[in-house]
Design a protein around this ligand. Structure first.
Ligand SMILES: Nc1nc2c(ncn2[C@@H]2O[C@H](COP(=O)(O)OP(=O)(O)OP(=O)(O)O)[C@@H](O)[C@H]2O)c(=O)[nH]1
Ligand SMILES: [Mg+2]
Length: 206
């Protein structure tokens, strides 16, 4: 499910969610355009929880937004991936700094650093336990923040998707042979279907 960070849930998000809910499909949520003025990540979570009754599991966490967007914290590794501005149409190389690196406050600025510390404490307190069963039935959604146009935050999204996505069942070919499908390829097909509105994103990955 792709969310525009400035607009939050839109009509087409609602339609997509209805389909996923009816079919009990797993939902991976990517909040896009963090490099533009955005709602806060807490606003996005509130919307998803209030309207869709989804349990959000933030896998990464944005630091600032718009012209202040500094990057994301990967919550699994406690590493901050720094967003670098430049030619927005090209892949941005993410410099990685540990959350406890003494230089982080200087790099991202005192204000955002303080905000990040508060957010991390709050997240640790309120994030539900990740439950792959609830993810597979679409009751929990791994939630990501990034900037798809600059390919920022997309890799972590794809890695997590590979970790939790359903493996494809073998299918009977017309010839009678069982078809084996490479997991990575299958995951790509899944992502293509789920993220059909930004298929170029996958082209960038190949
Ligand atoms: N700054 C920025 N722009 C983006 C990003 N992703 C998409 N865009 C731009 O946003 C514009 C609209 O793209 P989308 O939101 O994907 O398409 P849409 O939903 O059909 O269009 P809107 O109704 O404008 O939201 C295009 O010009 C994209 O290039 C991003 O991560 N950062
Ligand atoms: Mg849009």
């Amino acid at each position: 499910m792709l969310i525009d960070a400035a607009k939050g849930i839109e009509d087409r998000t609602r339609k997509l969610f209805e389909v996923c809910k009816l079919r009990k499909l797993p939902i991976f949520t990517f909040t896009n355009k963090m490099d533009r003025p955005s709602l806060t990540p807490w606003d996005i979570i509130d919307q998803l929880e209030a309207e869709f009754a989804l349990q959000c599991i933030p896998m990464n966490w944005p630091i600032g937004s718009g012209s202040d967007f500094q990057g994301v914290l990967d919550r699994a590794t406690n590493e901050v991936h720094l967003f670098e501005r430049g030619n927005r149409r090209k892949k941005v190389d993410a410099n990685v700094v540990a959350l406890d690196d003494p230089e982080l406050a200087e790099i991202i600025g005192e204000e955002l650093y303080t905000q990040l510390q508060e957010d991390v404490e709050m997240l640790d307190g309120v994030t539900p336990e990740t439950d792959s069963e609830l993810i597979s039935t679409g009751e929990q959604t791994p939630l990501f923040f990034g900037s798809a146009m600059t390919n920022f935050g997309v890799e972590l999204f794809l890695q997590t998707f590979l970790l939790y996505a359903h493996k494809p069942p073998a299918r009977q070919a017309l010839s009678g042979d069982r078809l084996g499908i490479n997991t990575g390829m299958c995951a790509c097909v899944h992502v293509c279907i789920r993220l059909h509105s930004i298929p170029w994103l996958l082209v960038n990955k190949s």
